[in-house]
Design a protein around this ligand. Structure first.
Ligand code: ATP
Ligand code: MG
Length: 522
């Protein structure tokens, strides 16, 4: 019988208050895609960090090609052919693609000059079937391109086992297709891929084998043929999960947000919003569909007050807030669930409890320079109250944390998302911008968040939902607008549209007449 290229045996890893990995066995074979599934905090990233030499296991062994190995750092893991692309990219924005790929290579005795390296990169990229400009600076790249740089970096180092930790959570559907092609090339070259994702249909499509973790333990090992999405969801959560959603019809109320002819530049200085107008009413979920990068991010930022518009007006609860700062908008009743959770969402060094009240320090100017810390006068808060309030939210939003005092950065990816949701929704704002609210969440948390948004709609809140997940937008929204290159190219009631049409609008092939769009968006 064929021997596994990687065997992890009896791996145990404890953190204060949790057993992240509880006697885990894992085998990975050449040329296969192994999917690692599990709820937020199940221990997936921890296990992979151990394989990549970032964490030391408390107990257990790792075998590579049958040989017992011991990794002191990722350097050792890389030398044994292990590569990892993290949930957060580890590239240096100011450097070029080739410089990033070369970074740290000297340590492996591989000295190339840049020109030689560029040749090799071009060759590898060609073999993998994608294009990349080695001289481009990383900050100029899209998320999908950055990911390719990370993958190239691993191939450059002769990777045998490539770990991809939630690689699709930052990708558009098209980019995901491209990634899957790359993964197929990798396995055709006998590389093993460990693929982590919460999207069950992706796992069903790409994985040869599936390992399910729950609370640090292996609870299922299946081949793709044995798996169904329902079975996987049940294994992950430990109960039946309903993957369907029902929404009650509802008459929308008064106008909560109105934007008129909004224009704004992107970070790169190009016109990202080319005159956007629409209204969102109380008790209504307004969905924005579109391929990421068509102005959705800029739109959210302009409405929230993070980005100045070039032209146009923003009214919130009837007040002109176009020139008001974020702090004031928050007081009037706006809330943002940001896509960039680690940058905007939390202050990692702060405790979970402190993060739950970040924006509630009244009478203090709200500053976005992250040294928010210095301005945040925590002392003014009654500690007993803080503890009570945070315990309530931790409970209500099922945030897995050893205590309210744990540093926010030690939470798993999905629990950081729950923390932000708890904070933003916990203060009951009238108007909510939800940017990719379920990206990175596991099945039950996704179900929870979707229900929560619907519940808030029932209670009369007004929600702008921005999501690259088309089925999410269509199932939750009362009305949907499609953004393409900074414009609204379509607007419709979700029950009255064909998926094909939406696809054509998202890719800029089709455009609805202006009068039709305006009617829906009033
Ligand atoms: N550096 C750390 N310090 C303390 N606790 C940690 C640390 N890293 C992880 N944990 C804890 O270990 C548990 C497993 O976390 P891990 O990140 O492995 O989960 P995950 O399965 O990757 O979840 P997600 O799907 O949310 O990314 C969590 O309870 C988490 O809070
Ligand atoms: Mg993780």
């Amino acid at each position: 019988m064929e021997k596994p290229i990687v065997s992890m045996r009896n791996i145990v890893k404890r953190f204060p208050g949790v057993v992240a990995n509880d006697h885990i066995d894992l085998d990975v074979f050449k040329g296969e895609v192994l999917a690692l599934l599990g709820e937020n905090g199940a221990g997936k990233t921890t296990l992979m960090n151990i394989l990549y030499g970032l964490y030391r296991a408390d107990k257990g062994e790792i075998y590579i090609d049958g040989k017992n190995v011991y990794f002191k750092s990722p350097k050792d893991a890389i030398a044994h052919g292990i590569g990892m692309v993290h949930q957060q990219f580890m590239l240096i924005d100011e450097l070029s693609v080739v410089e990033n790929i070369m970074l740290g290579l000297k340590e492996y005795g591989l000295v190339l000059d840049l020109k030689e390296a560029v040749k090799k990169i071009n060759k590898l990229a060609r073999e993998m079937g994608f294009k990349i400009d080695p001289w481009q600076k990383v900050w100029q790249l899209s998320a999908g391109e950055k990911q390719r740089v990370e993958i190239l970096k691993a191939i450059f180092r002769n990777v045998k086992v490539l770990i991809l930790d939630e690689p699709t959570s930052v990708l558009t559907p098209q980019e995901t297709r491209e990634l899957f092609k790359i993964i197929k090339k990798l396995i055709a070259n006998n590389i093993a891929v460990i693929f982590i994702s919460h999207k069950l249909h992706e796992v069903m499509e790409i994985a040869d084998k599936i390992v399910v973790l729950r609370k640090g333990k292996v609870v299922g090992k299946l081949s793709r043929e044995q798996a169904t999405p329902q079975l996987l969801a049940k294994l992950m959560v430990g109960r039946e999960v309903f993957l369907e959603i029902t929404k009650r019809p509802k008459k929308p109320g008064h106008v909560v947000l109105e934007v008129k002819n909004l224009k704004a530049l992107s970070d790169k200085g190009v016109l990202a919003l080319k005159g956007i107008s629409f209204k969102v009413r109380a008790g209504e979920i307004a969905g924005i569909a579109g391929v990421a990068g068509n102005g959705q991010k800029e739109l959210a930022e302009v409405i929230y007050g993070l980005r100045k518009p070039l032209e146009g007006k923003i009214y919130l609860f009837g007040k002109d807030v176009t020139h008001k700062d974020i702090y004031e908008r928050i007081r009037i009743g706006i809330s943002l669930i940001p896509e960039n959770r680690l940058g905007l969402g939390i202050v990692g060094e702060f405790s979970v409890a402190e993060n739950l009240i970040l924006e509630r320090i009244d009478e203090q100017p709200f500053s976005l320079n992250i040294p928010l810390l210095s301005r945040l006068n925590i002392k003014k808060i009654n500690d007993q109250m803080l503890l009570k309030y945070s315990r309530e939210l931790i409970e209500k939003f099922s945030i897995v944390t050893p205590s309210p005092f744990a540093k926010a950065k030690t939470l798993s990816g999905g629990n950081i998302q729950r923390l932000i949701l708890a904070r933003e929704l916990g203060r009951k704002p009238g108007f909510i911008i939800a940017e990719e609210p379920t990206a990175g969440l596991d099945v039950s948390a996704t179900e929870y968040v979707r229900k929560l948004l619907l519940e808030m709609r029932e209670q009369g809140y007004s929600i702008l939902l921005i999501s690259g997940d088309l089925s999410e937008v269509l199932s939750l929204s009362d009305k949907v607008m499609v953004m393409y290159e900074g414009e609204i190219v379509g607007a419709f009631r979700p029950e009255k549209v064909s998926l094909d049409d939406v696809g054509l609008m998202m890719t800029g092939v089709k455009r609805m007449p202006r009068e039709v769009i305006e009617k829906i968006w009033d």
